[in-house]
Design a protein around this ligand. Structure first.
Ligand code: PLP
Length: 400
């Protein structure tokens, strides 16, 4: 008889976005003619940059011609043209990589969920709380013990290393949901902790492209010593609007190794390559060409314009929060604004107030972990017009 993986019974119900859409749909059914402004889900709204679309079209044409058709990709790790482009992107920031260290993926969600395959089930996993839910869910599926580092108003929602031991550490900067960004000094502390504990940091840099402050690190590999203790996972979803196109990359440095009980060292990169070789068949050729175009000079320019548009939305939101004296993190160097619910309301109470009184949808912070209770997330991924209107409604509601 086939037995289920009983760890799945330990997963919390995927409640947050289901519950939000249930409540929003009920509101729309009761108020069919009203305009609801959605600032909850972290999906982008602007289309792909023109240079990206052109590259994808050209690649699709190539796939339709016998002379240029491509089947399975040999390495499964990504075509060299794209790995060269990623390498060049990092080089501009002073980070040197080689192609073997770069794994092209179908996005950061799959890799941040799958990477724990190569770690032992007895490893202790450290997650900062609140967090993007995939880290907890995927490690729960594997039965790993999870401990938490608290992100709180006192530390600016940027949790620092605990005293207790962990083997695997998930960090996300700029952070979803809190919008906080680690400084170089803070990341140095995490690298120091990882080395002391012989742990591996999984650094989720899905929002690195939103960092405009040149002093803030966009990659963990800007920190000395990170090559011996970190894996970086990144995505073109928010960098270039690839949420529906699907492409990302994971970087595993040559220096990163596991030490077996025998004392023998095993390359983490090679083990991940072995795992991917068996379970992943790569990203489609047209999408890899589209991704290559993101990293061209013109692609970077066009994608930066799109990101600036979202950051300008965030600036509109910040202005309103500052005016109203609401405490918040994020909004600069991040598309997320994370703010305290007014009048000591809990996250869901405020969700209902916002929906019923201002017809705005946001995300209750409690859905991201226990430290999210009493906090709320809004995104800057909407249109300017809707962002401005939402902030006018928000201000009116708060002053009522
Ligand atoms: N990591 C974080 C922190 C995210 O917020 C998201 C998406 O919202 C992802 C990863 C997933 O990215 P992708 O679309 O590349 O799977």
């Amino acid at each position: 008889m086939a037995k289920m993986n009983a760890n799945f019974l330990n997963l919390k119900e995927n409640y947050l976005f289901k519950e939000i859409s249930k409540q929003v749909n009920a509101y729309i059914a009761a108020n069919p003619n009203n305009k609801i402004i959605k600032m909850g889900i972290g999906d982008v709204t602007l289309p792909l940059a023109p240079v990206v679309v052109e590259a994808m079209k050209k690649a699709a044409e190539e796939m339709g011609s016998k002379a240029t058709f491509r089947g399975y990709e040999d390495s499964g790790q990504g075509y060299d043209f794209l790995r060269d482009a990623v390498k060049g992107y990092y080089r501009k920031r002073g980070v040197a990589l080689n192609n073997e260290e770069i794994f092209i993926s179908d996005g950061a969600k799959s890799d941040s969920g799958n990477i724990n395959d190569i770690f032992d089930s007895s490893d202790i996993v450290l997650v900062t709380d609140p967090a993007y839910p995939v880290y907890v869910d995927s490690n729960t599926m594997d039965g790993k013990e999870i401990i938490y580092a608290d992100s709180t108003p006192e530390n600016g929602f940027a949790a620092m290393p605990p005293k207790s031991h962990a083997d695997l550490i998930y960090l996300c900067s700029p952070n979803n949901p809190t919008g906080s960004v680690y400084t170089k000094e803070q990341l140095k502390e995490w690298v120091k902790y990882a080395k002391k504990n012989e742990a591996v940091i999984i650094f989720d840099a899905a929002y690195e492209a939103f960092i405009t402050d040149p002093d803030l690190p966009r990659s963990i590999f800007e920190i000395e010593g990170a090559r011996e203790c970190a894996i970086e996972i990144c995505s073109l979803s928010k960098t270039a609007g690839f949420t529906g196109t699907r492409c990302g990359y994971t970087v595993i440095p040559e220096e990163l190794s596991f030490t077996a009980p025998s004392g023998e060292k095993y390359s983490v990169r090679k083990i991940w390559a072995r795992r991917q070789g068996s379970k992943f068949n790569g990203v489609s050729y047209p999408v890899q060409r589209a991704a290559e175009a993101v990293f061209s000079d013109e692609g970077i320019k066009q994608c930066r314009e799109i990101i600036s548009y979202y950051l300008d939305n965030a600036a509109v939101m910040i202005k309103t929060f500052e005016k109203l004296g609401i405490s918040f993190t994020g909004g600069t160097n991040s598309p997320y604004i994370w703010f305290r619910c007014p009048d000591n309301m809990d996250s869901w109470e405020f969700f209902h107030k916002l929906l019923n009184e201002a017809e705005i949808v946001g995300t209750p912070g409690s859905g991201f972990g226990r430290n999210g209770e009493g906090w709320f997330r809004m995104t800057a991924f909407g249109s300017r017009e809707n962002t401005v209107e939402a902030m006018e409604r928000f201000e009116k509601m708060m002053k009522a």
